[in-house]
Design a protein around this ligand. Structure first.
Ligand code: TRP
Length: 446
């Protein structure tokens, strides 16, 4: 059915674009701050290499061999019980759920690009007021930018893999690398740089508990875009004969590099101008603008560039979050791409409005359960439940359900002797860690 295929560089950039997102630049630095730096970073890095890379290769393999939407790929590749295994593909729904808040956050970023042009808050308190006013009482601004974000994302995915998604990534990703790279280089010239390095790379294991472990594993999945069929859907549009292993390695390295560079740069700025690394989700929206203010005119330029790069990272991830369900409706229900794109867009747009409402002072009481509002629930449920479950399904499917010979045929030539290590990690290390994460979440242990 599918004709448009990624070029090799297009695929690498699109998969990296999916992986490098708000998770890298917004979430990674603030959770690193929250869990005290070094030891957490180390755990995250180990998880990324040991579990993340193994599952990335497995997920690419399913897409590459299935060559269809996620549901069809599972159905095709399951040697028996096809009607059962096809449900593995419904992990794709998680992407659409993530979009409910992802689009809203991209909207905030657009708002910050525009407001940084005119001026920055002169103190952390002022920055706090600005952010919380937007969040808790300014429905109009949030709705406006959420609408812009919905329109842009829907426009790109409606144009398809080649004309939309590949093009977007070919343009935005190199610019993202340049902006983050340039700002990082500037950070290395500041005195506080070594302090940032120390914070991020000197492990203090007293800060580590089971919550830190669960967060690190969850984040490794989120940041690599695993467990939701995004990478799987992209791989279905890969030319035959491509090397899945090198592609996975490149994506993992690029994703990790951007997270580390962004973290080092942000912490350098914070230390240099007296901000707090542990300030939580408001880190880039509150502490950072106040820090940029201190830098004078250069700070203004940096603020605009920084939020532009964040928007780019967000947009290239967003298209990968909606594409799996679009592909599903195109393949299985013969919808046109336009129809599928618009309907998926409307779904996250409309439910996204509920997410905005759930944070407003005037509405939050109707949309809050167990101390978490609707917005937080969506984030919590997808990142800490659906992603690990998705990862578990993929590791079991490739590790136990697909015949080993079929897996080996593609991957042995690419992995060489590392094949057995990979297969072991996929069959044992990945599922066991994921089960620990889930038990921990269920409150059974830890
Ligand atoms: N990886 C992205 C980030 O770091 C988020 C993301 C995009 C994602 N596509 C995904 C997460 C698919 C899980 C699955 O922000």
């Amino acid at each position: 059915m599918k004709v448009a295929r990624f070029s090799r560089i297009g695929f690498i950039l699109a998969a990296s674009g999916s992986a490098i997102g708000l998770g890298n630049i917004w979430k990674f630095p603030y959770i690193t701050g929250k869990f005290g730096g070094g030891a957490f970073v180390l755990m995250y890095l180990v998880t990324v290499v040991l579990i993340g890379l193994s599952i990335m290769i497995a997920e690419m393999l399913i897409g590459y061999l299935g060559r269809a939407d996620t549901v069809t790929s599972f159905e095709k590749l399951a040697p028996k019980n096809k009607q059962f295994w096809k449900y593995g593909g419904f992990q794709a729904l998680a992407g659409l759920l993530v979009m409910i808040y992802y689009s809203v956050v991209i909207g905030w970023i657009f708002n910050y690009i525009v407001t940084s042009l005119s001026g920055l808050p002169s103190s952390v308190d002022e920055a706090k007021t600005i952010f919380s006013t937007m969040l808790h009482s300014d429905f109009k601004t949030q709705l406006f930018y959420h609408t812009v974000s919905f329109a842009l994302i829907t426009f790109v995915v409606a144009r398809g893999i080649k004309g939309g998604i590949e093009k977007l990534n070919l343009v935005l990703m190199p610019m993202l690398f340049i902006i983050i790279g340039g700002m990082f280089l500037y950070a290395t010239t500041l005195d506080s740089f070594h302090q940032a390095v120390e914070f991020m790379f000197k492990p203090d294991f007293s800060k580590i508990d089971s919550t830190a472990f669960v967060t690190a594993v969850g984040h490794a999945f989120f940041t690599l875009s695993l467990g939701m069929g995004a990478i799987m859907t992209y791989s279905a549009s890969l030319e035959k004969g491509q090397n899945l292993v090198t592609s996975s390695i490149v994506v993992v390295i690029a994703d990790t590099a951007i997270a580390l560079l962004a973290g080092l740069m942000l912490f350098t700025f914070l230390y240099e101008y007296g901000g707090e690394p542990s300030s939580g989700p408001g880190l880039v929206f509150i502490s950072l603008p106040a820090v940029f203010y201190q830098m004078g005119i250069l700070g203004n330029v940096f603020a605009v560039m920084f939020f532009i790069s964040l928007a780019f990272a967000g947009l290239t991830s967003a298209v990968s979050l909606v594409e799996p369900m679009i592909q599903y409706f195109i393949d299985r229900f013969s919808w046109s791409r336009i129809k599928a794109s618009v309907l998926m867009g409307l779904f996250f747009y409309l439910v996204g409005i509920v997410a905005i409402l759930s944070q407003l002072d005037s509405f939050s009481s109707y949309l809050t359960w167990e101390n978490k509002n609707f917005f937080d629930w969506v984030d919590f449920f997808t990142a800490t439940f659906m992603l690990p479950v998705g990862g578990l399904i993929m590791s079991i499917f490739v590790g136990y359900i697909m015949p080993k010979s079929q897996v080996e045929k593609v991957l042995r030539p690419q992995l060489g002797r590392a094949f057995d290590t990979w297969y072991f990690s996929l069959r044992y290390i990945a599922p066991i860690s994921l089960v620990i994460v889930m038990l921990n979440l269920a409150g059974v242990i830890g």
